[in-house]
Design a protein around this ligand. Structure first.
Ligand code: TYM
Length: 347
């Protein structure tokens, strides 16, 4: 049975979203919702792999939901909810803990980065995190996953898990009516946003990230116009004027990053952006980049702040989304329990 096209993606509620999340994933999400069934999640279960203050977690969950909507996600069209409210995620993650191999998880680069030198002190959840991510996607038998470049390895792991599950339970899957023996689709990473790897404003070789201690390294979606302009002004550069051709950006990570951001915000290619700004000194270019950033992001920030003043409305949207998510995941989980061999009610 061919799986229906279905899109799933998520972001962690650990503070404000930034320009990397927006250009790497969010704009792509908005595009996909025009033509596909989309499920977008605030992954609060993932957030607690590192300790979170409960009050902050609540606030961040609402903040990320507000950021989705302010960026253009329509909660009537797409399903928007927070992960903890649909128990299928945690249940399927457990089953996948028993499918995935230790060797597979040992290869995950993000765990190595996040756990740092003190691996022994990392939570078990942080280590098993990619299994939960596979569960997020596959609890809905989702086929497409729009993300930034840094999530590619995790989605490849989700494909491996889906494949191994299909192999391990083939007979049972066929008996359940899946003639080709594939209960899970192999989800495809969609890494085609306008900025699939946005780098830090302070270091063109480091990814823009929420966990960077310097707030000057990133533009948050909640930053006001003045803060955005100041961060761009302070962004690291090199001494040369901008080149007129893309090849001239080679070995100039800061120039490459800033021009990439400019092109993404303007919705044009890097080549076209350079036709426009090639030859400019950074001081002049930064004014252009600042203006482009403010005009695109300021309205998003203002809408987020407006929505955060009405948390009850946000909660209502999340509760409604969770109900619609459950309506998709529940029958899949029921079939799955039977395929694995768990005894329970029939039909
Ligand atoms: P998270 O919360 O770190 O990031 C959310 C999304 O933003 C993208 N992103 C970036 N893109 C470009 N440049 C950057 N500097 C940048 N930083 C972040 C990420 O690639 C991601 O698409 N594990 C995931 C959340 C998750 C998930 C899922 C995603 C949980 N379950 C299921 C897809 C499907 C994460 O921590 O993303």
């Amino acid at each position: 049975m061919a799986h229906k096209e279905r899109v799933f993606s998520g972001m962690q509620p650990t503070g404000s979203l930034h320009l990397g999340n927006y250009l790497g994933a969010m704009l792509q999400w908005i595009e996909w919702q025009k033509t596909r069934e989309c499920i977008y999640c605030v992954v609060d279960l993932h957030a607690i792999t590192v300790w979170q203050d409960p009050a902050e977690l609540r606030k961040s969950t609402r903040l990320v939901a507000a950021s989705y909507i302010a960026s253009g996600l329509d909660p009537k069209k797409s399903i928007l909810f927070n992960q903890s409210q649909v128990t299928a995620h945690a249940e399927l993650a457990w089953i996948f803990n028993c499918v995935a191999r230790l060797g597979w998880l040992n290869r995950m680069t993000q765990f190595k980065e996040k756990a740092g030198k003190d691996r022994e002190k990392a939570s078990v959840g942080l280590y098993a995190y990619p299994n939960l991510m596979a569960a997020d996607i596959l609890a809905y038998q989702a086929t497409h996953v729009p993300v930034g470049e840094d999530q590619k390895q995790h989605i490849e792991l989700a494909r491996d898990i889906a494949q191994k599950f299909n192999n391990d339970f083939r007979e049972s899957i066929v008996a359940a009516g899946y003639e080709d023996g594939n209960f899970f689709p192999l989800p495809e990473p969609v890494i085609t946003g306008p900025g699939t790897r946005v780098m830090s404003l302070r270091d063109g070789k480091k990814k823009m990230s929420k966990s960077d201690p310097s707030d000057l390294s990133r533009i948050n979606l909640t930053d006001n116009a003045e803060t955005i302009a100041r961060k761009i002004k302070k962004a690291k550069t090199d001494p040369e004027p901008l080149p007129s051709e893309e090849a001239g950006l080679k070995d100039r990570p800061e120039a490459q990053n800033l021009v990439g951001i400019y092109a993404a915000l303007e919705g044009i290619s890097v080549g076209d952006a350079l036709k426009d700004v090639g030859g400019l000194q950074f001081s002049e270019f930064k004014t252009r980049l600042g203006d482009a950033s403010v005009s695109k992001l300021e309205p998003v920030g203002a809408e987020i702040r407006r929505m955060m003043d009405a948390p009850d409305e946000l909660d209502r949207i999340l509760i409604d989304g969770a109900e619609r998510a459950r309506a998709i995941a529940d029958p899949i989980m029921k079939q799955l329990r039977d395929i694995v061999g768990f005894v329970g009610p029939k039909g």
